[in-house]
Design a protein around this ligand. Structure first.
Ligand SMILES: Nc1ncnc2c1ncn2[C@@H]1O[C@H](COP(=O)(O)OP(=O)(O)OP(=O)(O)O)[C@@H](O)[C@H]1O
Length: 327
């Protein structure tokens, strides 16, 4: 495994309250794998990403768990080592490309500077490679685009530049937080295709955070479904999305006419999202669950293998697992 998260719990505290943002989260990402993390707003997707990157805000506390990156617990390395990891091995791209781009610097110079920093080559050579990297992310006329400023490019073009920047090290793990949400459907499709191609070509693993199940179907081999800071279901994309077991996953999928079509937002589920300052004693989804039985309100279910068909180690990442008493 490239990345293995075990039993991760993260809280945010202020004088008055404690928000339990992640509760005993475990999952892994293999080399070259594209893993989808899906869930409603507030389910803990971004907090998971920020914890991996060592970028949690000051009021955050890691209550339990470990994050093994190439077998080493990166929750225990120094700030400097975390920074090095972020620069060289783990890259991140966000929904809004401008957050990653310098507004007053030409595209070619931004890329060349990063490439120059990572490799021991002259700036001139780094600039030449910057132009090549624009070509690699399928930008037409890369020499011309290299001389432009970010504001002169469309949203889709900017996100391609950001991908080129993120891939310049190149990283072993790319964390992409809603990378196509701000783009129109056709461009979304092209950007996802590009990310998939780059992952295959470079062997980069991608952790793709999305609220869009169409995106998951399109590019992710496996998926982790999160709800209220917990993993409620996980397994191969096809199994989880075509034979969902958790009532939450079922509800998410319920209203989608066609999973193969991108840009399908998650179905709104009746009831309110749980209050992370005051989580229920039993299953976090029980208050909204039509199938809940008394046990669901008393005891927290843990992730367990769905069927016996996946014979062997229940902790193999491909195995379809669900945290639900009623199945
Ligand atoms: N610095 C913080 N202080 C207090 N609470 C926080 C902080 N950062 C995140 N949270 C809380 O942690 C929970 C999980 O947030 P997170 O951003 O990971 O959700 P998400 O699944 O990524 O949602 P979205 O899809 O809206 O980005 C939310 O309830 C959020 O309010």
């Amino acid at each position: 495994m490239l990345l293995q998260i075990n039993n991760l719990s993260v809280e945010f505290s202020s004088m008055l309250q404690t928000v339990k943002a992640l509760n005993h989260v475990s999952f892994s990402i293999g080399p070259g794998e594209i893993l989808g993390i899906v869930g409603e707003s507030g389910s803990g997707k971004s907090v998971t990403a920020l914890t991996i990157l060592g970028l949690l805000e000051k009021n955050a506390r890691i209550k339990s768990g470990e994050i093994l990156y190439k077998g080493k617990n990166i929750l225990q390395i120094s700030k400097k080592e975390q920074q090095e990891l972020r620069g060289k091995e783990i890259a991140m791209i966000f929904q809004e490309p401008m957050t990653s781009l310098h507004p007053t610097m030409r595209i070619g110079d931004q890329l060349a500077e990063v490439i120059h920093r990572h490799r021991s080559i002259s700036y001139k050579e780094a600039y030449r490679q910057a132009v090549l990297s624009l070509d690699e992310v399928k930008i037409n006329d890369p020499e011309l685009v290299a001389r432009k400023y970010p504001f002169e490019l469309s949203g889709g073009m900017r996100q391609r530049v950001v991908i080129a920047l993120a891939m310049s090290a190149p990283p072993d793990l790319l964390i992409a937080d809603e990378p196509t949400t701000a783009l129109d459907v056709t461009i979304q499709h092209e950007i996802l295709k590009l990310m998939k191609e780059l992952a295959e070509k470079r062997g980069t693993s991608i952790m793709l955070i999305t609220h869009d199940l169409g995106v998951v179907t399109q590019v992710c081999q496996r998926v982790v479904v999160m709800y209220a800071g917990k993993v409620v279901e996980t397994g191969k994309t096809e199994e989880v999305l075509h034979q969902p077991v958790h009532p939450y996953t079922r509800a998410l999928i319920g209203a989608l006419p066609d999973l193969a079509t991108p840009d399908q937002p998650l179905h709104a589920i009746p009831g309110e999202s749980p209050d992370l300052r005051n989580l229920p004693a039993g299953c976090v989804f029980a208050p909204r669950c039509e199938r809940a039985i008394p046990l669901c309100r008393e005891d927290q279910p843990v992730l367990e293998q769905v069927t016996e068909t996946g014979i062997g180690d229940a902790y193999l990442p491909d195995v379809h697992r669900v945290a639900c008493w009623v199945r």
